[in-house]
Write a protein that binds this ligand. Structure first.
Ligand SMILES: Cc1ncc(C[n+]2csc(CCOP(=O)(O)OP(=O)(O)O)c2C)c(N)n1
Ligand SMILES: [Mg+2]
Length: 330
């Protein structure tokens, strides 16, 4: 199985930066637009690595922490940010908000604020793919918190019984620096071992490592597409230090790409040492794929794109009152 090409790795760095700058922008807008934003900082390599292994017509489903998955799939950051703010120009017309950003035109089929809520939908999408012989694969992204929900166990059991083309990607975002599943309320020693209960393959991966995520995701996706059925992937990452309780704030400051080479020795040193973006930037420069200047130019372009997205979202109108009952299904 081949790895990411040089061009794909460069593009992955851009997407990961896009996610980070997007999340920094949402945190900066919190005073103006109060809300509970679940940011994806530190997990970028998982969404980008998995989505790089997907076909354009494949499906994904996501959770309350969905911003990164949407952007990794190519959703327009301006429309995604408008959705975060509840504006009419958002991907769901402003009715989904930060918890429910999705865009079916790019295969982001569902985002649920209910923990584990989207996982059965991924199995349904995979069953449809098998019945229609579309060759599509469905990926369910969810957090470690979903593993204690009945919906997860029912869905993975059916996926195993029916041999449908689905990949379960569990993001354990408190796995680093100290791996202890009891923090996630799980008695099982390693989350990946849950796959054994359903006679499915389980793959654990360092979720800070873009190339490793891509390799593992490619393996699981190929297995699904070729009729081999489901795989459970555990991606291990670290908790964002800007979380106070579960409210995201920009307390560690904006990410500075220069810290990939000149890390300051402060209270966030450990977080930065594990930062997938700084790690990838350093690797690409060390390998001669990019110069530092070129990496900083990619970042500058991303910052401009996010500034335009903020302007678009801020100046967009609220949904009109007469549309209150359109696009409502329940
Ligand atoms: C069924 C259900 N129970 C409780 C909640 C409240 N809740 C929102 S996020 C969250 C934690 C989820 O943890 P995890 O799945 O690990 O995702 P993370 O926030 O770490 O990405 C909880 C308990 C919910 N949204 N849905
Ligand atoms: Mg979690």
């Amino acid at each position: 199985m081949s790895g990411l090409s040089t061009e794909q790795r460069r593009e992955a760095l851009r997407r990961m930066l896009l996610i980070r700058r997007f999340e920094e922008a949402t945190m900066k807008m919190r005073e103006e637009y109060p809300g509970h934003y679940h940011v994806y900082c530190g997990q970028e390599a998982t969404a980008v690595g998995v989505c790089a292994a997907l076909r354009a017509d494949d499906h994904i489903v996501t959770t309350h922490r969905n911003h990164g998955h949407n952007l990794a799939r190519g959703v327009d950051p301006a429309r995604a940010l408008a959705e975060v703010l509840g504006k009419a120009t958002g991907t769901c017309g402003g009715k989904g908000g930060t918890f429910h950003i999705m865009d079916a035109s790019l295969g982001v089929m569902s985002a649920s604020g209910i923990v584990a809520g989207s996982i059965p939908q991924a199995v349904g999408l995979a069953l449809a793919a098998r019945l229609q012989q579309s060759g599509r694969v469905a990926v369910a992204f969810f957090g470690d918190g979903a593993l204690n929900e009945g919906a997860f166990h029912e869905a993975i059991n059916l996926a195993a019984l029916w041999t449908v083309p689905v990949v379960f990607v569990c993001e354990f975002n408190e796995a680093i620096p100290a791996y202890d599943t009891r923090n996630a309320g799980m008695a099982v020693g390693e989350l990946v071992r849950l796959a054994d209960s359903y006679s499915l393959p389980g793959l654990a991966v360092d979720g800070r490592d873009l190339d490793a995520v891509f390799q593992v995701a490619s393996q699981a996706i190929e297995r699904a597409r070729s009729g081999g059925g489901a795989t459970f992937v555990e991606s291990r990452t670290q908790w964002y230090p800007g979380y106070q309780g579960r409210w995201a704030r920009l307390t560690p400051g904006e990410t500075d790409l220069r810290h990939a080479w000149e890390p300051p020795d402060d209270q966030y040193a450990e977080w930065r040492a594990n930062d997938p973006i700084l790690r990838l930037a350093r690797e690409l420069v060390d390998e001669g794929v990019l110069t530092r200047h070129a990496a900083e130019r990619i970042d500058a372009d991303v910052r401009s794109e996010i500034e335009r997205a903020v302007e678009f979202a801020r100046s967009s109108p609220w949904p009109a009152p007469e549309t209150a009952y359109t696009d409502i299904y329940a």
